[in-house]
Design a protein around this ligand. Structure first.
Ligand SMILES: [Zn+2]
Length: 274
């Protein structure tokens, strides 16, 4: 009974984290059991289970998942830099959180190339996208990344000490280190908190803030990025915190407030296609 509960819990956790990890886990139980019965080596069963899971999971995410995702109209964002677009962390790819509709990837690739032409040396970091399968399957903790149409991008930064542009970002997961409102700017985070939306700044308090001093928000390049996104006809909506919309002088109706039910968007920009 305890074993069944443990396996069920692991199945659920792996499914929530990776969408396919739970299924691969069940397969690895079967494969590792067959393997242990068929060889005479004295290998602990748990070692065979772990190795089986890792091997099967790697095979699945590199071959089976991308092929099947195509049937659901989704393609992978790149694991390594392509068209000046790269993941902020390789875990985004390893956890299958990098799938989008083809038109969204094409749009981001075009914007990446244009950014690099305008600001040589610039690479754009992408964050969470969507899982490979099923509309409506949640990509926690996001409210809406469930149909292949959504993608988060990092802002652009300078080195904090030298002021020279960098492609690195202050947060190791890309979220949670915010470009806070300046005196006189609207403070949406405070307003949402006051209305009872306690989750609005949650990542700000979970993610370590130590690296923030090593970076400075680059308003010019970030405005350049959002402006190119605005101009692309495939991009339908862009979410960014209201004080940054105002600070960067973004007037397009595509640039909107995401509501207090989401989390703050002064640590990244959210884009979506129709
Ligand atoms: Zn988003």
């Amino acid at each position: 009974m305890v074993r069944l509960l443990g396996r069920s819990l692991l199945f659920i956790v792996l499914t929530i984290l990776t969408q396919v990890g739970g299924v691969v886990y069940l397969l690895s139980i079967f494969v590792s059991g067959r393997f242990v019965r068929s060889v005479s080596w004295e290998v602990p069963h748990w070692v065979v289970k772990v190795v089986s899971f890792i091997a099967l999971y790697c095979i699945a995410i590199c071959t089976v998942v991308p092929a099947l995702a195509a049937l659901y109209g989704r393609v992978r964002m790149p694991m390594f830099t392509s068209h000046h677009i790269r993941p902020v962390t390789i875990w985004t790819c390893l956890l299958n959180r990098n799938y989008v509709r083809p038109q969204l990837r094409s749009a981001v690739y075009e914007v990446g190339d244009k950014m690099a032409a305008k600001y040589p040396g610039t690479n754009i970091n992408y964050l969470d996208a969507n899982f490979p399968f099923f509309n409506g399957f949640p990509l926690l903790p996001h409210l809406s990344h469930n149909d292949g149409k959504k993608l988060d991008l990092s802002f652009c930064y300078d080195h904090g000490s030298t002021g020279t542009p960098t492609n690195d970002v202050p947060s190791f997961i890309g979220y949670g280190i915010c470009e806070e409102p300046l005196p006189g700017e609207v403070n949406t985070a405070e307003g949402c908190y006051a209305k009872g939306y306690r989750q609005y700044s949650i990542l700000r308090y979970i993610v370590p803030q130590g690296a923030k001093a090593n970076f400075a928000f680059n308003a010019q390049r970030t405005k350049g990025l959002v402006s190119l996104l605005v101009l692309h006809k495939a991009i339908d909506k862009i979410f960014i915190e209201p004080h940054l919309k105002s600070r960067l002088g973004l007037s397009s109706s595509k640039v909107r407030f995401h509501s207090c039910r989401a989390v703050r968007h002064d640590d990244h920009v959210h884009i979506q296609v129709r």
